[in-house]
Design a protein around this ligand. Structure first.
Ligand SMILES: NC(=O)c1ccc[n+]([C@@H]2O[C@H](COP(=O)([O-])OP(=O)(O)OC[C@H]3O[C@@H](n4cnc5c(N)ncnc54)[C@H](OP(=O)(O)O)[C@@H]3O)[C@@H](O)[C@H]2O)c1
Length: 296
């Protein structure tokens, strides 16, 4: 098998925040890749997926997804079409080319009722349509291409590109002087697109076997704790961040209360888990702040 440096990478969902960070990483390493955004390639359209076979990558990373969690409650069929059927289409191509596929899934496949970190093999029980559609995507991959499907479940993803929680809190912190209400009864792992992209790269370098992996930064926080850290780094008053309950949010989505993921499986494949979320945030914060200021 080719080393990660010799590989040619194909990335779907190229306009998204993870795909853009992964592309940047590969570019810095001078590794050949092609990233197709939604306009160039719709993963629900078999015809447009032919571009992958033409490029002949040696690994595929499926970053394309329906990520509108609220919207999936009213548009489940649409979410399924992308997160299950689209993912299945990409897996079919990977199978045809006999190459590994890394597919990104989510902590939302779990119910969130545990008080300990979720193990890879724990029973899944999504409480939202988004989580249901992503779980069906995981299953589709293992049905179609069990030999070379690698699922990375991540969570609370943020970075300099696109829209994410971290950017919207920093924006509120630096643009206004208003209070910022954030839920304090949902716990998870803020995860940088940079560390996830690096973990994907390292996984290919190590040639890890097919299966499911938990790819989040270590430690845990509530959304409120994460927001306070972001406001502190923005040199603003952290007392502006007001803790509220999920109930007060009035969301139609039932999100997991506790979705911290266990990382013990990384050592079994000779890899280290991802570093703690605070260190990761410290590294990427300046770039995210610059990107928020540019978008002002
Ligand atoms: N963000 C998180 O907190 C989080 C948490 C857990 C797991 N994940 C998973 O991580 C992966 C990457 O997420 P992300 O945060 O980078 O999401 P993102 O920024 O929303 O990117 C997803 C990309 O997929 C594209 N897309 C949607 N439908 C498509 C289709 N039919 N064909 C091709 N592309 C399509 C979107 O294009 P448009 O923008 O044009 O629709 C968007 O550019 C996803 O699988 C997501 O489910 C994310």
């Amino acid at each position: 098998m080719a080393t990660a440096e010799e590989m040619k990478w194909g990335i779907t969902g190229g306009g998204g925040q993870l795909a853009r960070t992964l592309s940047e990483l590969l570019q810095k390493k001078r590794i050949p890749y092609k990233s197709w955004d939604r306009q160039e390639m719709d993963i629900t359209d078999l015809k447009s997926l032919e571009k992958i076979a033409q490029y002949k990558p040696s690994v595929l990373v499926n970053c394309a997804a329906w990520t509108n969690v609220e919207g999936a409650e009213d548009s489940f069929d649409e979410a399924i079409r992308v997160n299950r059927d689209g993912a299945a289409n990409v897996a079919e191509i990977a199978k045809k080319l006999n190459i590994p596929i890394i597919h990104i899934s989510t902590d939302y496949v779990f119910s969130g009722v545990n008080k300990r970190a979720w193990m890879v093999d724990d029973s899944t029980f999504p409480t939202s349509n988004y989580g249901r559609s992503k779980l069906q995507g995981e299953r589709a991959l293992f049905e179609i291409w069990p030999e070379k499907s690698i699922i990375f479940r991540t969570a609370w993803l943020y970075g300099p590109f696109g829209k994410n929680f971290a950017k919207s809190i920093i924006r509120k912190a630096i643009i206004s002087k208003e209070k910022i209400s954030v839920v304090n009864d949902q716990f998870g792992q803020p995860t940088t697109t940079l560390d996830l992209a690096k973990q994907i790269f390292q996984a290919m370098k190590n040639g890890i076997s097919a299966g499911t992996y938990h790819a989040t930064n270590a430690g845990e926080a509530s959304w409120w704790e994460f927001a306070r850290e972001l406001v502190k780094l923005s040199d603003e008053d952290t007392d502006r961040v007001i803790p509220i309950s999920s109930h007060e949010l009035n969301s139609k989505v039932k999100r997991p209360a506790y979705s911290v993921l266990d990382h013990s499986d990384w050592s079994k494949v000779g890899m280290q888990g991802m570093r703690d979320w605070q260190s990761a945030l410290l590294e990427v914060f300046p770039e995210i702040k610059i990107s928020v200021e540019k978008e002002k």
